[in-house]
Design a protein around this ligand. Structure first.
Ligand SMILES: C[S@@+](CC[C@H](N)C(=O)[O-])C[C@H]1O[C@@H](n2cnc3c(N)ncnc32)[C@H](O)[C@@H]1O
Length: 249
């Protein structure tokens, strides 16, 4: 029998073709409680990480922005206000449940006119070459099966000079912080997930998938290899989160 190719889903090894389905189960399950859990788990700090992402994006009125793995639309909402009526933000996500929560939330906030929700996989973006001024992927790349493929496709749909911003959990920069963070992630997170969302497994996956994600330097190198230039990263909250930025030449 031929060996089947595998990849990681948290700490489990699964056949490559199964990963997307497993990730989909996680986000279908957490979609309705996603926003409240985000605030609870991060103590609201995710808002500051996202604000810095917007600052570094350099977004301006009239621009075309792609928020891939945009989920419930936190970044999309902020970009929508910046690009205004002459610009457009595409809120793209592979998961219909997350997109639905996002779309309803944006409508409730009075944001609709310049936002287009699209169900799409980061690895196979359904957009022409050279379409966007800026692409963001926040806490999404970790879940993508073939990250190199996704980075190359993001490069393809960016305009020359356009920016990619990858906001993602990363490697804490001190041993002490790493120890505390491990205790928090593997003990407290699944418990919170159980109590608030009645789903400990999804939050266990969250903790595990963060540990399997490439560290700061590795992700930077992956962006260089995909073809981005001027790649750099900024650690936030001691490296628990990093924001990577690369430019399309
Ligand atoms: C942790 S949420 C982040 C949502 C939002 N960006 C935020 O920062 O709050 C991760 C999102 O990635 C989406 N996702 C996972 N794999 C994806 C893929 N291959 N292509 C596009 N989106 C994906 C999930 O459906 C989910 O909505």
């Amino acid at each position: 029998m031929k060996d089947r190719k595998t990849t990681h889903f948290g700490y489990q090894e699964v056949p490559v073709e199964e990963k997307a389905g497993r990730v989909a189960e996680v986000f279908h399950s957490v979609a309705s409680r996603y926003d409240v859990m985000n605030d609870l788990m991060s103590g609201g700090i995710h808002r500051l990480w996202k604000r810095f992402t917007i600052e570094l994006s350099g977004a301006r009125p009239g621009q075309q922005i792609l928020d891939i793995a945009g989920g419930t639309g936190d970044l999309t909402a902020r970009f929508s206000r910046i690009v205004g009526a002459s610009g457009q933000v595409v809120l793209a996500d592979i998961n219909a449940s997350m997109l639905e929560v996002g779309r309803d939330r944006l409508i409730d906030c009075g944001i609709a006119g310049n936002v287009v929700p699209v169900q799409a996989d980061a690895q196979y973006l359904p957009f022409p070459d050279n379409t966007f001024d800026c692409i963001t992927i926040a806490f999404g790349l970790r879940n993508v099966t073939d990250k190199d493929l996704a980075l190359r496709d993001m490069l393809r749909v960016l305009k020359a000079g356009g920016r990619l911003l990858v906001l993602e959990f990363s490697k804490p920069q001190s041993r002490l912080l790493e120890k505390i963070y491990d205790q928090y992630s593997f003990r407290l997170l699944p418990l919170m997930g159980k109590l608030v969302a009645n789903d400990a497994d999804s939050y266990r996956y969250l903790a595990e998938s963060i540990r399997r994600h490439p560290n700061q330097e590795t992700l930077k190198q992956m962006m260089v290899e995909a073809g981005f230039v001027e790649c750099e990263f900024h650690n936030m909250t001691g490296g628990i989160v990093a924001l990577h930025r690369g430019i399309k030449p």
